[in-house]
Design a protein around this ligand. Sequence first.
Ligand code: SF4
Length: 293
Amino acid sequence: MIIPSIEYIVQQTKEKACPIWQVVINEEMADSGITEEAIRERLAQTYEAMKHAAAKGITTSLRSVSGMTGGDAAKYYNHLKAGDPLLGDFCSKAVSYALATSECNASMGVIVAAPTAGSAGIMPGAFIAAQEIFGFSDRKMVNSLITAGGVGGVISERASLAGAVCGCQAECGSAAAMTAAGICELFGGTVEQCMNAGALALKNCLGLACDPVAGLVEVPCVKRNGMYTVFAITAADMALSGIKSFIPFDEVIDSMNRIGREMPACIRETGEGGLAATPTGVAAREKIFGEKK
Ligand code: SF4
């Protein structure tokens, strides 16, 4: 599926008087030859896999092989169950599931890349929490997953979804933008509001370094997923209130692409800069791999 721009999606929704997800499904059908029902079935299975990873992470104290991460999702979920979180029900549940999915990834469990493994917690975190708390139907959830996928498709086309190319703004930033647009649609946002939500979320991630400690997708990745889930929900809520992004979404994506390609290589997934280069990060790398640089 190749979707050139957010503007193209918006124009198509106007011309065909249809929602965003229908435009994205039409493009996917034209490109792959797969039927709408088959696409929906595949997405429904994907969503089930997301739920499974999230549930595993909050009920089991998952540990990564390196020992750097694990147990925080269960810790935060217990904090939520005890009635202690500062965040409301929706956001605190979303954070729990985001951490859980990321810990599942770090411990080599099965996750859905959304859009990447490193940023796999953000979309399930917000979506699963929204369905549990507000009771959206499975069909509505799939519709909004498709909308989120359309946004991811445009980012992939105009920029990149890879931390090695554009830093973490391309991974957690893209996941946050996709989630914001999908969540906005779920709560009845107009096409323009959904795209403003995506733009607001991505703008908040510009310049974000990819600096995994010891080159492993754990630190800062797991906790970053928890944080960016809340940013995505905040962006959706701001857009639903009528707040607009001053810079159009396509231009935000282009800006992310420019910034990413100007970033030094040490903060583009090499594990050599940023947090990875701190004394603690270097010591962790030496402990895990026994190597000095
Ligand atoms: S810091 Fe790098 S490896 Fe970790 S989630 Fe971000 S882009 Fe992925």
